[in-house]
Ligand binder design. Structure first.
Ligand code: DX5
Ligand code: ZN
Length: 214
């Protein structure tokens, strides 16, 4: 089954509780954490994850766009993240392994994220211990950007690697997913779709979530 993870980056931050409840029909709440260093934008952090935790029963899918995420993964887990993903570009291979291990030691699900210019093979050293792999279909940093269809061969290559080596691992895409591009992502092999503007700009959010399932 295709899972939908609305990104609260497109929610109204003055009305986060209301906007979380509006996506109750989804599967995950996608939380974009940016530090102004790894990406040229600053968003939200640990206290917001903590406040969101009691506001929804959905798992919190925390996408860390920060340098050296190993420094903070445990705090995000303690704040209530259920799934924490870290960018392979954000630290050394050794420290990315350490970050994934720390997330697992907290009993949470862990994964790696690939920026558009990062090849599928960059996920290989971590594939065995990943519960999820996230492929960016825009440059990370901002919502509302144009979907990069040229990422689909990478999604297909990762689907093949996952099926061969770790079939329980989920494959997520993030950026520019809408009622048209969702179909492309599903065909390429993604099973979790992040969508920010496509969900929050919709007149009927539950209907849009259903539509994005393809
Ligand atoms: C971008 C974020 C995305 C973003 C997606 O760096 O990781 O999660 O919010 O927004 P849309 O769906 O509007 O492209
Ligand atoms: Zn994201």
């Amino acid at each position: 089954m295709i899972k939908i993870a609305p990104s609260i980056l497109s929610a109204d931050f003055a009305n986060l509780e209301r906007d979380i409840q509006r996506i109750a029909a989804a599967d995950y709440v996608h939380v974009d954490v940016m530090d102004g260093m790894f990406v040229p934008n600053i968003t939200i952090g640990i206290p917001v994850v903590k406040s969101l935790r009691p506001a929804t029963q959905l798992p919190l899918d925390v996408h860390l766009m920060i340098v050296q995420p190993v420094r903070y993964v445990e705090q995000f887990c303690d704040a209530g993240a259920d799934l924490v993903t870290v960018h392979v570009e954000s630290d050394s291979e050794e420290n990315i392994h350490a970050a994934l291990d720390k997330i697992h030691a907290k009993g949470k699900r862990a994964g790696v994220v690939l920026k558009p210019k990062t090849p599928a093979e960059a996920a290989l050293p971590f594939l065995d211990k990943c519960d999820i792999i996230l492929v960016m279909t825009v440059e990370p940093g901002f919502g509302g950007q144009k979907f990069m269809a040229d990422m689909m061969p990478k999604v297909a290559a990762l689907r093949k690697l996952i099926n061969e080596k770790n079939p329980d691992c989920e494959l997520e895409v993030d950026g520019g997913v809408d009622p048209v591009t969702c179909k492309t992502c599903i065909e390429a092999g993604a099973n979790v779709l992040v969508a920010g503007s496509a969900v929050y700009k919709a007149e009927d959010i539950p209907a849009r979530i259903a539509e994005l399932r393809g």
